[in-house]
Design a protein around this ligand. Structure first.
Ligand SMILES: Cc1cc2nc3c(=O)[nH]c(=O)nc-3n(C[C@H](O)[C@H](O)[C@H](O)COP(=O)(O)OP(=O)(O)OC[C@H]3O[C@@H](n4cnc5c(N)ncnc54)[C@H](O)[C@@H]3O)c2cc1C
Length: 380
């Protein structure tokens, strides 16, 4: 088993790290404080190819592999969790889905614009009554002339504040749950889309999460993939999305570890650096070990996706392990810094808030455990 990155993967990781350090890190605290959607940073990311990392070059992307993409998201998340997750929505949940299931006109209209950062993407699956039970779609798409009338509500739609296009999931065959959901590619300027509420969230502030009221009519050519097969497409998208969220969590955890290491070396109590105390060393050792273990699972899941293998269990394991390791790392960093970390505006305070969402979005930790358990139980 080869555990080495290729020279191309290493070089791309360094490019992403440089961008994260020079551009993203400078804005991270400001984005968190103001809650402002970082459109300018995303445009700058697009010039580095970070809005279409795995999208084929023919469609304006970089045509890179999933391992490279995960490395880039991790590097960006180390600087700003918000920018990383916003990029992951455009990449994994929108552009990759269009590249995978879109017809030529869909690709022609959206892929280059998404990859170049001229359009931001959103993914509208969750509803007031469809969270973990995402198949319970109440948004209804009914036949109307040569198309569909789509009516309903979507909640927590990341990027929606600035998005030019959204993949909207709606029920086309009531009562059939996941067998009767269709995905639609909807321009966000379609008449009948109302952005009703902007989420004021604990962390990843600036993600531009909006609730949407929909009463729109779209032509048949807005169907993405096959009619009634949208839930399957959403689950396909989430396989990649979960690898990206695992990578995002790793970046947050790594930032927490760096903060804790630096502080432990310089903070003195009882006449010596607190890094000399075993209680502190064990926290640092646990943080490093748990993050490294989660990194292996994340790279394994990304590599499985590169081999085009079914990778839902690998993606769930990666997301579960990385989000929980990163949560623990942020918690331990807070303990190492104590009052210096607890102060509003400290980096650790931001990481502590940002990391929590990684255990919630794109499926809670319980949802990941359900997927993993169903798989292992089916094989005994
Ligand atoms: C910052 C942020 C950004 C988001 N961005 C998007 C987005 O871009 N697009 C989108 O569509 N959605 C988005 N979401 C929504 C997100 O995907 C949902 O919040 C998530 O799927 C959980 O749904 P819920 O919040 O309704 O919780 P619920 O499903 O109501 O769950 C509540 C609790 O019950 C548990 N639970 C539920 N069912 C079971 C079960 N069968 N067994 C055991 N435990 C169970 C859950 O794990 C959780 O602990 C976002 C959410 C956040 C916080």
């Amino acid at each position: 088993m080869v555990l080495e990155l290729t020279s191309e993967q290493r070089a791309f990781k360094e490019t992403a790290q440089r961008f994260a350090h020079e551009i993203v890190a400078q804005r991270a605290a400001g984005i968190d404080k103001s809650g402002e959607f970082p459109a300018d940073v995303l445009h700058a990311a697009a010039t580095e190819g970070l809005c279409g990392v795995t999208i084929p070059k023919a469609w304006g992307g970089l045509g890179r592999d999933y391992v490279s993409y995960a490395l880039a998201i991790e590097a960006i998340a180390k600087a700003s969790a918000t920018v990383a997750v916003s990029l992951s929505v455009t990449n994994s949940l929108v552009a990759e889905v269009i590249a995978h299931a879109g017809r030529a006109p869909h690709k022609e209209r959206w892929l280059r614009r998404l990859a170049r950062g001229e359009a931001i993407g959103a993914f509208a699956l969750s509803e007031p009554d469809a969270g973990t039970d995402a198949a319970n779609q109440k948004t209804a798409a009914t036949r109307s002339g040569d198309g569909y009338r789509i009516r309903g509500q979507k909640v927590w739609v990341a990027n929606a504040e600035e998005a030019a296009v959204a993949i909207v999931f709606a029920c086309t065959r009531p009562g059939l749950r996941g067998q009767g959901v269709t995905a639609f590619l909807v321009p966000m300027d379609t008449p009948g889309i109302t952005r009703t509420a902007r989420a004021d969230s604990l962390g990843v502030r600036g993600l531009g999460c909006m609730d949407l009221d929909l009463d729109i009519t779209v032509a048949d050519d807005h169907v993405l993939g096959d009619v009634d097969q949208g839930f399957r497409l959403a689950m396909w998208a989430l396989q990649g999305g979960r690898v990206a969220i695992a990578a995002q969590a790793l970046g947050i955890g790594e930032a927490a570890l760096d903060e804790a290491l630096a502080y432990a070396k310089q903070r003195e109590q009882f006449g010596q650096p607190i890094a000399n105390y075993q209680a502190i060393q064990w926290m640092l050792a646990d943080m490093a070990t748990e993050l490294e273990a989660a990194r292996m699972l994340t790279l394994k899941a990304a590599a499985a996706k590169d081999r085009q293998e079914k990778s839902s269990v690998e993606a769930s394991m990666a997301k579960l392990a990385a989000s929980e390791a990163a949560h623990k790392a942020a918690d331990k960093a807070m303990q190492v810094l104590a009052s210096a970390g607890y102060r509003r505006g400290s980096v650790v305070e931001r990481l502590f808030r940002d990391v929590r969402a990684t255990e919630i979005y794109q499926g809670t930790s319980e949802a990941q455990r359900m997927i993993i358990a169903a798989n292992i139980l089916a094989h005994v």
